[in-house]
Design a protein around this ligand. Structure first.
Ligand code: GTP
Ligand code: MG
Length: 563
């Protein structure tokens, strides 16, 4: 007779874990709290809206999902994602910032009423000395069954961790009524020089563009220093590989080949990426970047952006791709204009050094500043002309809050830099290799020459030498392509030293802004849609040509009139 076996005694059910959704407004310390629970030592960024995705962790048998900050006055992609998750979540950890407790409670309470969970009050270090606040907290604890745990995420104690652990085993219902507060919880960040009437915005703008400027100038000095040491091994390699059969010789040592372009990547682009990301990570961890965007916010509304969009544009100077992904935090109404601004105006860490390298090769390094000015001014005009009134109103609707400045968290800065370096070597470098090989192959096939002939008349139309066509084509594939096109374009009949300053400026400008690079364009397709990306590309081509036309014909005309 067969014996009946109870499978459950052999394969017992795994212990049922509770699912917790960790929610709160932006920058209240949700990620810092998760890091404290997990014992992670990376430190979090002090940039509003740093988390863009929900991330799940298991802590003492509980599954906790860290979420992006909820923006109560905006319909951003990330906020709708959190609200969707909230509908199906089992328990909630409501994170409130003690310094903004009254507004956090009134803005978020309706989302959790009747649900089960606990409350964590962060930034306790800022209010803990106030007697009336402590008394009010005792009253909150007595009036509700909820656990109200106070925490300073920067110095969390074992006792607080035990409190949280216990609270998670006894979730309670959030009452329907919003708890009433009488004590003064509010602590506002100190007013600093940024708040001065005239000096404030000017200083904020200067500090915001400083990372890009500093990165480019220093990277250039570094490149000039090392170039003599790299030049001769590269030339030896080129001579040796030049004997390879076609198309390999074209792909490796041709004008646009891998070995010919390698010094540019290593000497110009890599140091720019490193220096830029280093400064930006320090800005992020101290909260300086939020402070600057807060100050510049009112000015940005006029062109359909917010102060935070300006930060995204500046971050695009590192690489456009993460900046485009960051726009998930924008309201749905202004996301399009922010992506347009990044795509048009953010000269990435490849485009900027390539531009400077072209100006240096032409013996005209003084053109860098006018170039950046033209880029900034035309981006503003582009946004003014292409954003709708509705977008401009939407940009001004969500007023930013003035964040606290904190001492830098060097661990965060370091881990961010390591991340940037990793993505450079894992993503950007292989892509660079593939594109160089591909362009070398296309050159061997004669495709580049045909394309150049095809768009050459366009160059004549915008008062540029036909030889600039190659830079425009290569710049649309990869931004450093404009250097390949312009520095090595003697074969196309263009001698950099023989064209006028304005022609050189226009050639570099057009090659840089006519289209976002292939990778950015693909990211826009993925983040938005094919339709949006195509419309953006067409609009960008049109306006880039209009601005170039105005510059290339207008400036010589004006100078002859005034001569
Ligand atoms: N003084 C103080 N700083 C804190 C506290 N909690 C977090 N911070 C700082 O606030 C900044 C933002 O913290 P995050 O943990 O990234 O905030 P978040 O809620 O995850 O932010 P988003 O993901 O952007 O919504 C970091 O610089 C933290 O170090 C706290 O209790 N006291
Ligand atoms: Mg976070």
């Amino acid at each position: 007779m067969g014996q009946f076996i109870d499978v459950q005694t052999f394969y017992p059910e795994p212990k049922v874990k509770s699912q917790w959704l960790l929610i709160g407004k932006e920058s209240v310390g949700k990620t810092a709290l998760t890091e404290n629970l997990m014992g992670k030592k990376s430190g979090s960024s002090n940039l509003q809206g740093s988390s863009l995705f929900c991330q799940e962790y298991t802590w003492n048998g509980q599954v906790i999902t860290d979420t992006p900050g909820i923006q109560t006055r905006m319909d951003s992609v990330v906020t709708s994602q959190v609200l969707r998750r909230l509908k199906t979540s089992e328990h909630v950890i409501l994170t409130l910032k003690s310094t903004d407790l009254p507004s956090d409670l009134s803005d978020l309470w309706h989302m959790v009423q009747g649900r089960s969970g606990i409350v964590i009050i962060t930034y306790w270090d800022k209010v803990k000395h106030r007697e009336n606040v402590r008394k009010e907290l005792d009253k909150l604890r007595a009036d509700t069954d909820l656990a109200w745990i106070t925490i300073d995420n920067r110095h969390v104690t074992t006792e607080q961790l035990v409190q949280i652990e216990q609270a998670l085993t006894q979730p309670a219902r959030f009452p329907t009524e919003i708890p009433k507060l009488e004590a003064n919880w509010s602590v506002k960040p100190k007013q600093l020089v940024f708040e001065y009437a005239w000096l404030g915005p000017i200083l904020s703008l200067c500090l915001l563009v400083l990372p890009a400027w500093f990165a480019v100038t220093n990277a250039n000095a570094f490149a000039d220093l090392l170039y003599p040491y790299v030049e001769s091994p590269v030339n030896t390699l080129k001579n040796n590989l030049g004997t390879l059969p076609a198309p390999f010789n074209h792909m490796l040592v041709g004008d646009y080949g891998l070995i010919s372009m390698l010094p540019f990547l290593i000497l110009y682009a890599l140091p720019t990426v490193i220096v830029f990301s280093m400064i930006i990570s320090i800005y992020k961890t101290t909260g300086l970047i939020d402070r600057l965007s807060y100050r510049l916010d009112p000015f940005m509304h006029k062109i359909g952006l917010s102060g935070r969009d300006l930060v995204r544009v500046v971050m695009g100077f590192g690489c456009n791709v993460p900046a485009i992904i960051q726009t998930r935090n924008c309201s749905c109404c202004t996301r399009g204009s922010c992506i347009s601004a990044i795509s048009f105006g953010s000269a990435c860490s490849y485009q900027l050094p390539a531009t400077v390298a072209v100006f240096s090769a032409a013996g005209k390094p003084y053109l860098t500043l006018p170039y950046l000015l033209i880029l900034a001014v035309t981006t503003c005009i582009y946004l003014l002309l292409t954003t709708t009134k509705q977008q401009r109103n939407a940009a001004s609707y969500n007023l930013l809050s003035r964040g606290f400045l904190q001492p830098p968290n060097w661990r965060f800065a370091l881990s961010e830099m390591v991340g940037v370096m990793k993505s450079f070597f894992n993503t950007a470098f292989p892509l660079f290799v593939v594109i160089c090989l591909l362009v070398g192959f296309l050159e061997w096939l004669g495709v580049i020459e045909s394309l150049t002939h095809f768009i050459a008349p366009l160059m004549t139309m915008v008062n540029l030498p036909e030889g600039a066509a190659i830079a425009v084509i290569l710049g649309a594939i990869r931004k450093d392509g404009l250097a390949i096109g312009l520095i090595d374009s003697t074969s196309q009949g263009l001698k950099l030293t023989e064209i006028t300053d304005i022609q050189l400026l226009c050639a570099v400008y057009l090659a840089g802004v006519m289209l976002p690079c292939v990778v950015s364009l693909l990211t826009i397709v993925r983040e938005m849609s094919l339709g949006f990306a195509s419309r953006l590309a067409m609009r960008q081509i049109f306006w880039a040509l209009c601005f170039t036309l105005a510059l290339s014909w207008g400036v010589p005309f004006i100078s002859t009139v005034f001569a």
